[in-house]
Design a binder for this molecule. Structure first.
Ligand code: GCB
Length: 608
């Protein structure tokens, strides 16, 4: 019996080990990669018939899974073979992209879809290593390569990669990916949100070939305490990662710095320089930074700036700045559905610029990397957000680990982007002891992982000592953040627009206040008097009155109204007005600007 248990345990730990995810490779944006984007075969599998046998046991746990397991990509070899699926005869779908807006029958679908891509691959050097890298896949993803499980990833908006070096063949590799976007009570986000649960391989998939020992990760930033010092660490991955020479070069600053990795493959460094041109919203200066070892080389475009708070001021490079912002969902303004391309990101950020923004809130989950790369280039500050939204299971340890993992992955990806100044822990979460602990732990984790940025969360406001006309923030977690942010909907969910003029604010904390949301629904082209809901006039009136009301908050240092563009949400069902769209956009999903757009634009123009 004991022996048997040990065997089971060993098998179990082997499975766990073999499913472990590899450390995230950074800067794949600039690496030479082979894209697997394009048409993939797919099978819709609501009963997960390709994953479980008829006793509902996962095929991947069977010694001999047989022909039912979709990850084997089986083909009938003789006329007697019984195989009840065939990827190559199944329909195709584009990757990257959500499935909902590509196939009408999948518009409301929440469940499992299997993807398959076959490809040939010739490594350029036999000692090289090869990885498959997923930019994002919503929500649970099981990855199989040539019939072997590579691993599983949870979370719909962050990248992950697996090594395939030892499984790779020159011809006919097959990558089979099971993507399941079922919402889960214990998930992050949970069952209830106000956005479309787009499923699928929503961002790109690529093959990355690296030398045997390669530059896996680095963080190169200005020392928050000394703006004449560039600090960083670089980690190498591979058998020969110890005692390796690493060179960091920034030609424009005449920097050519040599260092050596320690026994674990890590090199830390600090380079003093007195003539750094700082990245700012006015002059978003990016330097070409080269990192080189004797085997590998990577180039990144990095901006250097400091961000800090002092009392109620936000200081960018030591100077106070007002965050003229707008909230954005990741929907394509070009083709609809989940946004993923550079063109999608560019259009959204151009609209933000046109509005006069120097800042965007990327809600409510990590957006694709183009957004951050372009924000870096365009001089737009960014709030990035973890999808801890509304009513997460605060007491569930796995939920916490999941939230932490997703946060960790977006920090890994974007920690070298000058534009990113705020990590947001959560949105509109109900206060409780368990929630405070959950968010405080996330905050602690984030500060340790990245001490160069500010922490916030979109909180909620409430009456001050029972007085409905005086509003405050009474939330213990407010003590933990650097930027005090909250959403408020006075004039929309909370009374009518006239109410704005009756409200005053009493916020005692000496911290910068950034209003993370306010807004009203309006259907583009619907006109009437300013008291009629859903008209552009109502929305315009709300913006005028809200901006007046918020300006009386002494510590006000920024706003990101809700929202740049109308976005899909299954919660929004009012016929002829919503038809599954949240209508609080300043721009319609067709790109038409509503009247309130111009109110906010002139507010920003007048603001220093
Ligand atoms: C909120 C949420 C946001 C919703 C918005 C609304 O407070 O943070 O996700 O979409 O309100 O339109 O109600």
């Amino acid at each position: 019996m004991k022996l048997k248990l040990t065997a089971v345990f060993l098998l179990f730990s082997f499975i766990r080990f073999s499913f472990a995810q590899d450390p995230l490779i950074v800067n794949t944006y600039n690496r030479d990669v082979t894209s697997l984007n394009g048409q993939w075969h797919f099978i819709v599998d609501p009963y997960e018939n390709g994953f479980y046998n008829y006793r509902y046991e996962p095929f991947e746990k069977q010694e001999n899974p047989g022909n039912g397991a979709f990850f084997n990509n089986a083909k009938a070899k003789s006329k007697t073979d019984l195989i009840e699926y065939n990827f190559d005869k199944s329909d195709t779908i584009a990757v990257p992209s959500d499935w909902n807006t590509q196939k009408e029958k999948l518009f409301y679908y929440e469940g499992t879809v299997w993807y398959k891509k076959s490809f040939d691959y010739l490594v350029s050097k036999s000692s090289n290593r090869v990885f498959v890298y997923f930019e994002a896949s919503n929500y649970e993803t099981d990855v199989y390569f040539n019939g072997k499980k590579l691993g599983k990833h949870t979370g719909g908006f962050t990248p992950f990669n697996f090594e395939v070096t030892n499984l790779l063949k020159e011809k006919n590799n097959f990558l089979v990916v099971k993507v399941d976007n079922k919402r889960k009570k214990e998930g992050v986000p949970t069952l209830n949100t106000d956005w479309w649960n787009y499923g699928g391989l929503t961002r790109g998939v690529k093959v990355i070939e690296t030398p045997n020992t390669f530059i896996n990760d680095y963080m190169i930033q200005l020392d928050p305490k000394n703006n004449e010092s560039i600090k960083g660490e670089i980690s190498l991955n591979g058998k020969n990662n110890a005692n390796q020479n690493v060179t960091i070069a920034i030609p424009e600053l005449n920097i050519n710095y040599n260092t050596v990795t320690d026994n674990s493959g890590l090199a830390t460094f600090e380079i003093s320089h007195t003539d750094i041109l700082y990245w700012s919203t006015i002059n978003p200066k990016l330097y070409n930074v080269t990192i080189e070892t004797n085997q590998d080389k990577t180039i990144d475009q990095i901006g250097f700036r400091t961000i800090a708070t002092k009392g109620s001021d936000i200081l960018l490079n030591g100077e106070s700045i007002f965050l003229k912002g707008i909230s954005i969902h990741e929907e394509s303004p070009i083709r609809g559905g989940r946004g993923h391309s550079k063109e999608d990101a560019h259009q959204l950020l151009l609209w933000a610029k046109e509005l006069g923004c120097n800042y965007v809130r990327l809600s409510h989950y990590p957006h694709n990397e183009h957004m951050l790369r372009l924000a870096d280039q365009m001089g737009i500050l960014v709030w990035e957000e973890n999808p801890v939204y509304w009513t997460i299971q605060w007491e569930n340890k796995d939920t916490y680990e999941n939230a932490k993992q997703q946060l960790s992955e977006v920090i890994d990806r974007d920690k070298n982007r000058a534009s990113v100044i705020i990590w947001s822990m959560a949105n509109e979460t109900p206060t409780s002891e368990a929630r405070n602990e959950f968010l405080s732990n996330l905050t602690k984790f984030t500060r340790e992982k990245d001490p160069t940025r500010l922490i916030s969360a979109a909180l909620e406001q409430s009456d001050y000592n029972g007085n409905k006309f005086v509003r405050t923030i009474s939330d213990e977690f407010a003590n933990k953040v650097d930027i005090l942010s909250f959403n408020q909907y006075i004039g929309w969910y909370d009374g009518l627009v006239e109410k704005c003029a009756t409200i005053s604010w009493k916020i005692d904390l000496d911290k910068p206040v950034v209003i993370s949301e306010f807004g009203a629904g309006a259907k583009y082209g619907l006109h009437g008097d300013k008291h009629t809901r859903w008209t552009e006039e109502y929305q315009e009136y709300l913006y005028i009155e809200t901006l007046k009301m918020l300006s009386s908050i002494e510590q006000l240092r920024g706003i990101s109204p809700w929202i740049l563009v109308d976005f899909r949400s299954p919660r929004r069902v009012l016929p002829e007005i919503q038809d599954n769209w949240n209508r609080k956009g300043l721009i319609s999903e067709k790109g038409e600007k509503k009247m309130a757009f111009f109110i906010l634009k002139s507010f920003y123009e007048a603001k220093q």
